[in-house]
Design a protein around this ligand. Structure first.
Ligand code: KIV
Ligand code: NA
Length: 276
C-alpha cells in the first residue's frame, strides 16, 4: 500500500521510526522502495551529488521535475517528497503555489519540502490549503549557505535554539505535515520532537527525532567530497564500483573481454560468401 503523509503521522503516534533516504533516479529509488523505506526525498542536494555543484543554489525547477518523475515511477510504497529549489518559493506566495503545483503535476511528487521558518509560513499555508502536503526544513538549511557563512551546526546558543523551537512551532501551525531538522544539537532536536505533534525527520540531529534521513551517496560511500560527521557510511559501494571499472578496463586491454559467451554468431556459410 502506498504511504501517505498520514502514514508518517501515524508512525510518530505509534513510535515507529520513520526511515527516509534521498533518491534521484529510477533504479536506485526502486531498490530503496523494495527495501521498504518509508519515504523518498528528491532533495535539491542533487545539485551537489548528481550534478557536481558546490551547493544547492543553482538547482532549477526543471532539474527537480526531471528527477522527481524518475523517482515517482519507482515508488510503489514510499511517500515521495520533492524539494522546492532556491528562489522557487521565496519571492511570493503565488510563485510558491505555482511551483509546488508543478512539482506535483509534472514531477508527480506527493508532497513538497521548503526550507525556512516564520518567513515562509504564508507559503506553507497556501500550498497546504491547495491540498499539497508540505514538509518543513529547519536548522542548517543549505539554501541559506551564504547567509550562514558555510555549512555549520545551527542552534547552539540560547537565542538561536529558541529561534529554531519557535520556527518549528510556526511551521507546524502553518500546516506542515512533518519537519526536517538538519545539524542541530541532539538534545534540542529531542525537545522539538516532544513539543510538536507532527513528526520530525533528523539529519545530524540525533536519535530523538521521529525519523531519519540521509543523502544516499553519503551513506553508501559514493560521494567523493568530504562526508559530514553525521553521515554514517553503511557500505562502501564507491569502492566496489571503482573495482568494477578497473576490471573492465583491464579485461578490455588484455583482450579477455568480450569472451565467447558475450558475442553473436552468423552462419559460417554466409561468412564464407562475404569473404569471397
Ligand atoms: O536535499 C536534501 O538532500 C535534503 C536533506 C539533506 C534533508 O534536503
Ligand atoms: Na534539500
Amino acid at each position: 500500500m502506498k504511504n501517505t503523509v498520514v502514514t508518517l503521522q501515524q508512525q510518530k503516534l505509534s513510535r515507529d521510526k520513520i526511515t527516509m533516504l534521498t533518491a534521484y533516479d529510477f533504479s536506485t529509488a526502486k531498490l530503496m522502495d523494495d527495501s521498504g523505506i518509508n519515504a523518498l526525498l528528491v532533495g535539491d542536494s542533487l545539485g551537489m551529488v548528481m550534478l557536481g555543484y558546490e551547493d544547492t543554489l543553482s538547482v532549477t525547477m526543471e532539474d527537480m521535475i526531471h528527477h522527481s518523475k524518475a523517482v515517482a515511477r519507482a515508488a510503489k510504497r514510499a511517500l515521495v517528497v520533492t524539494d522546492m529549489p532556491f528562489m522557487s518559493y521565496q519571492i511570493s506566495v503565488q510563485d510558491a503555489l505555482y511551483n509546488a503545483g508543478r512539482l506535483v503535476k509534472e514531477g508527480h511528487a506527493q508532497s513538497v519540502k521548503l526550507e525556512g521558518g516564520e518567513e515562509i509560513c504564508p507559503q506553507i499555508k497556501a500550498i497546504t490549503q491547495a491540498a499539497i502536503p508540505v514538509m518543513g526544513h529547519l536548522g542548517l538549511t543549505p539554501q541559506s549557505v551564504n547567509a550562514f557563512g558555510g555549512f555549520k551546526v545551527q542552534g547552539r546558543d540560547e537565542e538561536a535554539a529558541r529561534r529554531i523551537i519557535n520556527s518549528a512551532l510556526a511551521v507546524e501551525q502553518a500546516g506542515a505535515f512533518a519537519v526536517v531538522l538538519e545539524c542541530v544539537p541532539a538534545t534540542l532536536a529531542t525537545l522539538i520532537s516532544e513539543c510538536l505533534t507532527i513528526p520530525t525527520i533528523g539529519i545530524g540531529a540525533g536519535a530523538g527525532c521521529d525519523g531519519q534521513v540521509l543523502v544516499y551517496q553519503d551513506m553508501l560511500g559514493l560521494y567523493g567530497g568530504i562526508a559530514p560527521k553525521f553521515a554514517k557510511q553503511f557500505n562502501n559501494v564507491g569502492e566496489q564500483m571503482k573495482a568494477g571499472f578497473d576490471s573492465y578496463i583491464r579485461e578490455i586491454k588484455s583482450g579477455s573481454f568480450p569472451a565467447e559467451e558475450h558475442i553473436f554468431r552468423i552462419d559460417d556459410a554466409i561468412m564464407a560468401k562475404l569473404q569471397r
